[in-house]
Design a protein around this ligand. Structure first.
Ligand code: AGP
Length: 610
């Protein structure tokens, strides 16, 4: 969940490291630090809080340092504080770490017994002391590091700098993401490609169990047994993504507004509207042995899981295959029945989510076919999967996922159509309706942007509420779940998403005049049934806000506020349209409450630990 970056070159690197950290700050932002080496001496600055707290300290670092590493933290062990911020250093050794060392307690106890004193409460600091002890014995940094690695259990991406080998950075990867960047007279490492794009588009992707030595004129890689590896250098034609806010007040708002373009691009790329066909080969589904598939498991976390729930409805209704959708953190420990007849689909914006990645590895071991729906090129989940469909939504920086979610939903929709074709169960009328819905979707999404003022006004009335309930049925149930997640993660208001049919089984007890209830209701699915749920809420004085179609007079009579959405001929795309006002609602509630929209407390964009 932390971001790591490092440079070994021949030109000053402090500013580049700091700028790289800014691009990685979405991974963690409770404290940060930089260590650089000049004249064979390591200098370190660290600070609690966001990177702007670190910035004033940079002037105290040697301006001519050409080798260094930076870290932005999401606390796992020990509170966010300057002491617990990385790098951790001692006697000419400095390390940064992303991951969790599961056996750090026993290692620490042993080191304490040997008289070592610790400066932080982190798990990571044990690496510094273990390495110092090893270096006294073997006087060779790489060998010493390999000996230390032999004692570590857990997940780690490590950057290591020592005065024993000035100019050299060692990088170790085990179950935490790391990429090596290849430049001219300078080489790099970072948690992701995005951080290094201003410097290079040539990368090496180390596997778990590998160690690299980075110097200005080269990069060498070994496995943990000391065997030298010949790693492929991959050139990515990825344009340097704009990491600024493009004039918007927040990344989240920018990303909400990018949705019409992202969805239009996806349709243009994956659908030949004139021919009336999905460009099937681009989905990658034809590369699977579909004849063998009897069942699909979708695995994901958070927002991606809700997109997966929507994918389940779509695949089952179009392609007539049984689909389960499960939280990755549950699936991986449940011992599900898996074999080659199971297709496991991992959905993930970042491609680095630890639980989702573990599911794909588990599924592969069990003999399943694996498919990734992902937004980040060359991230870990695609690299572990048999086939990947990249969403191409562009970088999503706001911690609250918006454009990635709608992009996942649209990609699932297109995948379902293609699966239906490949399985020979596609109906011509169904396809016609789907194409009609796709043709009008981008304009419909654009038109939703004009709801902003209305939704901001509603948030102005509700932002002091302590709770909020979201309800929906069928395709609109995951929309309710997603609306609730968005609200709680950025406004810190307690929110619950419920299937409307579950209301009477408990949550109706919560309804009184102080409970805002946001209902997602559309004529295309279970309208009358949801309407009677809304009657029940009205009868108990709940404050009803309706998101959906505004054509029915009965709704007007019941609700206090109506957020009208365009009508899609496809329930799945109707759900996609309905979620956008809920993203805006969460955004404006957060704005009114003065919370940190893009970097909400306790969260990080990429959850690389369990
Ligand atoms: C969504 O707003 C979240 N911040 C979070 O739930 C996220 O969707 C989840 O952590 C999964 O991330 P991934 O898509 O990168 O795997």
């Amino acid at each position: 969940m932390c971001g790591v970056i490092g440079f070994s070159g021949v030109t000053p690197c402090v500013t580049s490291i700091f700028n790289g950290l800014k691009r990685l700050e979405y991974r963690g932002y409770d404290s940060s630090g930089i260590a650089v080496m000049a004249d064979q001496r390591i200098s370190v600055v660290k600070s609690k809080g966001k990177l702007n707290q670190l910035e004033p300290l940079l002037a105290s670092l040697p301006a001519d340092a050409c080798v260094g590493m930076g870290h932005t933290r999401w606390a796992t062990h020990g509170a966010p504080s300057t002491e617990n911020a990385h790098p951790h250093s001692d006697e000419g050794i400095s390390i940064i770490h992303n991951g969790i060392l599961e056996n750090y307690k026993e290692l620490k106890i042993k080191l304490l017994e040997e008289g070592v004193s610790f400066l932080s409460e982190t798990d990571s600091e044990v690496v510094v002391h273990l390495l110092r002890a090893e270096l006294r014995l073997v006087h060779d940094v790489r060998k010493a590091l390999l000996n230390v690695i032999g004692k570590l259990e857990g997940a780690y991406a490590l950057g290591v700098m020592t005065q024993h080998e000035p100019g050299v950075i060692y990088v170790v990867k085990n179950a935490s993401p790391i990429v090596l960047g290849i430049g001219h007279n300078e080489n790099f490492f970072a948690s992701d490609v995005l951080a290094l794009l201003p410097h290079t588009n040539r990368f090496i992707f180390p596997e778990d169990g590998e160690l690299a030595r980075i110097v200005p004129d080269g990069v060498e890689v070994w496995d943990f047994f000391g065997k030298k590896l010949d790693k492929e250098i991959v050139s990515l034609n990825q344009e340097e993504a704009r990491a600024d806010k493009g004039g918007y007040r927040h990344y989240m708002l920018k990303e909400i507004h990018e949705q019409p373009a992202v969805l239009a691009n996806t349709i243009e790329r994956l659908v030949d509207l004139e021919a009336g066909e999905v460009r099937g080969e681009l989905t990658g589904l034809c590369k699977l042995d579909l004849a063998a598939v009897r069942k699909i498991h979708i695995v994901a976390c958070g927002t991606a899981f809700y997109a997966g729930l929507m994918g389940r409805y779509q695949i089952e209704s179009f392609a007539r295959l049984p689909v389960d959708c499960e939280l990755a953190s549950e699936f991986r420990y449940r011992n599900p029945c898996l074999d080659r007849s199971t297709l496991v689909i991992a959905v993930t914006q970042s491609g680095e989510t630890a639980d989702t990645l573990a599911c794909i590895k588990h599924a592969k071991k069990a003999g399943c076919q694996t498919f990734a729906l992902c937004n980040v090129l060359y991230s870990s989940v695609p690299r572990e999967s048999d086939v990947t469909l990249y969403m191409e939504a562009g970088p999503e920086i706001g911690v609250a996922s918006t454009k990635a979610f709608t992009s996942m939903v649209l990609n699932f929709f297109l995948m379902s159509l293609e699966l239906a074709r490949l399985r020979g169960v596609r109906s011509p009328e169904g396809m016609e309706r789907a194409l009609e819905a796709l043709r009008i979707l981008p304009n419909q999404v654009s038109s939703l942007m004009s709801l902003e003022a209305r939704i901001s006004e509603l948030a102005g009335e509700l932002f002091e509420s302590g709770h909020c309930l979201f309800l929906g049925r069928g395709h609109f149930y995951p929309v309710a779940l997603e609306g609730a997640l968005k609200l709680k993660e950025i406004s810190y208001i307690h929110a619950e998403g419920y299937a409307a049919g579950e209301l009477k089984h408990g949550p109706i007890a919560l309804i009184d005049k102080n409970m805002p209830v946001i209902a997602i209701i559309n004529t295309c699915q279970d309208f009358e049934k949801t309407l009677s749920n809304l009657e029940e809420i009205h009868a108990r004085e709940g404050q009803l806000i309706v998101v959906g179609q505004d054509k029915d007079r009965r709704l007007e009579d019941l609700c206090r506020y109506m957020i009208p959405c365009p009508v899609s001929p496809e329930p799945a795309l109707q759900a996609l349209l309905n979620v956008i006002p809920l993203q805006m609602f969460a955004y404006f509630m957060a704005l009114h409450r003065g919370t940190d929209v893009d970097q909400p407390r306790n969260l990080a964009k990429s959850v690389t630990v369990e």
